[in-house]
Design a protein around this ligand. Structure first.
Ligand code: SF4
Length: 434
């Protein structure tokens, strides 16, 4: 791991502070390195990690998965006078970022080594999280909210069939996350029921403290229809979409994350009520795509995946096709680029290709979980310099193609952004978002 210490952080803030806000730079550094929590005091009423799809932890030892940590933190004030910055929590026992309890001030604080960075608030527990569906399932398990309550995350199939084919994406720990969660939570199921989803959404909808504005419907890839009673991936997810949209049409922005499908199947998703289509591309370079995403490469192919993304614009509309990149895997061993600039040039080419076709690609900051293939190969995170350059590149291209702030991602700008797994929404200038 290329750890950043205070000198490194200050360098990037000084060097790029006029182009990027400090909130975005610090957020990327915390996401890439994770956080270590000193033992939590008697703190109640925070929303704990729900392990909704991946572990999003660098370390996943038994003591970590049995302990309770916040899903997200908000970092504010401190030496850079930070505006509230919402950051997904990724546990890393050896991170230089440490959350401690300051007994004198009666608050949690974040340190980078011995340097105080800012005050910490844990993601608030919403009343609906503690409730149960009529079948006895907890709402936190069936329909957790993330992004400070903005997004309801409906991972309805928490395994991916690419693993059975030994062709899973090399950065993904979905199936080991399922196995780990099953050890501590007997009711953590691989496939959720439509009734549970509808009931959990009803509980959220009627809760006074709900601030949810969107939901994501997703899960692992389905390639073996036999195991799904003959259902294709589209049959499976369309049934959930139809049930949700029949009951709650217009309540939330609907987003669907599935493989890249042909126009006929995309039309089925659209007709069932999907508003935004995410079909994640992960990494642009051809060789890296084939090596890091062997399932996507084998079952659909890179060129076809790209074609389907572009074709989807005519079905979902301009700017409503939003493929994700896992930013940083371009620098992983053994396949990755050896230089940061080569990685940025390659990913920049992909971002520009999509943006010039009215697609808005976004990215999540790679969390090198030790339970993923890349993690088992000893990989650690990409350097902060890469993330700073990527923020600049993404915003340069977004501005060049005069694109809107993507829908379904909440507020943009420092102190306002809710998207918690990369800083691309924090890095908008306030004037861009007015
Ligand atoms: S498609 Fe890739 S990233 Fe998505 S769940 Fe399957 S293995 Fe993981």
């Amino acid at each position: 791991m290329v750890n950043t210490h205070i000198g490194g952080l200050e360098f990037f803030i000084k060097e790029y502070g006029h182009l990027l806000n400090p909130e975005a730079i610090i957020k990327e550094d915390i996401l890439r390195q994770g956080i270590f929590f000193e033992p939590l005091k008697d703190v109640k009423n925070f929303s704990s990690k729900s392990y909704f799809i991946f572990s999003f932890n660098i370390d996943n030892d038994n003591d970590i998965i049995t302990n309770k940590y916040p899903e997200e933190i908000a970092l504010q004030n401190g030496i850079y006078n930070l505006k509230r910055t919402i950051i997904s929590v990724r546990i890393n026992k050896s991170s230089p970022y440490r959350v401690k309890f300051d007994a004198a001030a009666n608050k949690y604080v974040l340190f980078l080594d011995d340097n105080f960075i800012g005050d910490v608030i844990f993601s608030p527990e919403k009343s609906y999280m503690l409730q149960k569906t009529p079948s006895g399932k907890s709402v936190r398990d069936i329909a957790p909210t993330i992004e400070w309550g903005y997004l309801i995350y409906l991972a309805v199939f928490r395994m991916c069939q690419y693993f059975e084919n030994k062709s899973e994406c090399a950065f993904c720990d979905m199936n080991s996350n399922y196995v780990n969660q099953k050890k501590t939570n007997k009711s953590y199921s691989a496939v959720k029921s439509i009734d549970d989803i509808i009931d959990a959404l009803g509980i959220i909808d009627s809760s006074e403290d709900s601030e949810s504005k969107a939901y994501t419907l997703t899960g692992g890839s389905i390639i073996d229809e036999f195991k799904f009673n003959g259902d294709t991936e589209i049959d499976f997810y369309v049934r959930f979409l139809e049930a949700i949209e029949d009951k709650y049409k217009g309540k939330w922005i609907s987003k669907i994350v599935v493989q890249a499908h042909d126009a006929k199947n995309l039309k089925r998703l659209k007709d069932a009520g999907a508003y935004i289509y995410h079909t994640n591309f992960e990494v642009w370079d051809k060789e890296l795509f084939d090596n890091i995403c062997p399932g996507k490469s084998k079952f659909i192919g890179r060129d076809e995946w790209i074609k389907r993304i572009v074709d989807a614009v005519s079905i979902f509309g301009e700017y409503r096709v939003i493929p994700n990149f896992v930013a940083g895997v371009e620098l992983s061993e053994p396949y990755g680029f050896k230089s940061i600039d080569d990685a940025i040039n390659s990913t920049g080419e992909g971002l520009e290709f999509f943006m010039s076709n009215n697609v808005i690609p976004r990215y999540t900051t790679w969390c090198p979980e030790k339970t993923s293939k890349l993690g088992r190969l000893g990989n650690s995170s990409a350097p902060l310099e890469y993330y700073v350059k990527l923020l600049l590149k993404w915003h340069e291209l977004h501005y060049k193609y005069n694109l809107p702030v993507p829908e379904g991602y909440g507020e943009a700008g420092p102190g306002r952004a809710e998207f918690s797994v990369s800083a691309f929404m924090d890095a908008f200038k306030m004037a861009d978002t007015a």
